[in-house]
Design a protein around this ligand. Structure first.
Ligand code: CP
Ligand code: NVA
Length: 308
């Protein structure tokens, strides 16, 4: 079964092929007359279940639209409306859904839920975000970087702020796509040390620099994300804001990166917290290209899962 669970456990050649196919599909769609039916109907006759146990705008809409563009159909399910949210096991849910649909995408809390779904499903399962990682987002981000600046291999990516799920998938990507990665943030919010070590073992530089101004020196890409993720307790909000304020991406910080550095944020953003509006809307920012590229990257991920 070809699941898409995390970037660090997916073959680098397959990841590269998905990025290249996403780019080709995006171009093909641009070339076709507006309003014309999509020539590429790779998912015709396929049904995709999209399960959300957390809120979503981009993941939900981009998967739904992507499947429809490829001629397939979707069913968007909220965890709380399913028996899954009322005591049915994940294993039983996976076995039942596999009798109805061809592919399952799930956004959930614990990684264990995703892994159990994948273990018991007899159709491919895609990770649409867990507390621990967000691989679809980073596939879109790699596509976005390369569209603007060419191959990401050998570049320097700097993550500022919380070492969260999105950060984890960026570190996973560093090892697989061969770019250097620097984390800058407070020690209490470091990414899992094992992720950095794994990237190092794959031959890239993966380090921590506490001083954000030093960290972004020579950066080709500066990335941040919300200071409080969906799984973080709201009670931690004030403490996190106080800890993370020195790591805000503002114009002064961006100026210390390379002149042609890009700025990314997976969105949703809390403007003037983790990044100023000046940066979000400024010349380095590609945040809306990232959002668009969720669509193209995920179409390639779904095709790979289904061998199409
Ligand atoms: N970036 C991202 O996954 O956005 P949503 O939470 O809106 O899906
Ligand atoms: N780190 C954020 C990402 C949202 C797309 C969260 O998990 O809430």
């Amino acid at each position: 079964m070809t699941h898409f669970l995390d970037i660090n456990i997916t073959d680098p050649a397959a990841l590269r092929a998905m990025i290249d196919q996403a780019r080709a599909m995006k171009q093909a769609r641009r070339d076709q007359p507006k309003g014309a039916p999509d020539a590429d109907q790779a998912l015709a006759g396929r049904m995709v279940a999209l399960i959300f146990e957390k809120p979503s705008t981009r993941t939900r809409v981009s998967f739904d639209v992507g499947v429809r563009q490829l001629g397939g159909q979707t069913m968007v399910l909220s965890g709380s409306d399913m028996q899954l949210g009322h005591g049915e096991t994940i294993a039983d849910t996976a076995r039942v859904l596999s009798r109805y649909v061809d592919l399952i995408m799930i956004r959930t809390f614990e990684e264990a839920t995703l892994l159990e779904m994948a273990e018991y499903a007899s159709v491919p399962v895609i990770n649409g975000l867990t507390n621990r990682s967000h691989p679809c987002q980073i596939m879109a981000d790699i596509l976005t970087y390369e569209e603007h600046r060419g191959p990401i291999g050998g570049r320097k990516v700097v993550w500022t702020g919380d070492g969260n799920n999105v950060c984890a998938s960026f570190i996973h990507a560093a090892g697989q796509f061969g770019f250097d990665f620097t984390f800058t943030g407070p020690p209490t919010l470091d990414p899992e040390p094992g992720f950095l070590e794994e990237a190092r073992q794959k031959g890239v530089r993966a380090e921590i620099e506490r001083d954000p101004a030093k960290a972004v020196e020579g950066a080709d890409l500066v990335v941040t994300d919300t200071w409080v993720s969906m799984h973080d307790p709201q009670s931690a909000r004030e403490r996190r804001h106080n800890q993370l304020r020195p790591y805000q991406v503002n114009e002064a910080l961006m100026q210390r990166a390379k002149p042609d550095a890009l700025f990314m944020h997976c969105l949703p953003a809390h403007r003037d917290d983790e990044a100023t509006s000046g940066v979000m809307d400024g010349p380095h920012s590609v945040v809306f290209d990232e959002a668009e590229n969720r669509l193209h990257a995920q179409k390639a991920i779904m095709r790979w899962c289904l061998g199409l």
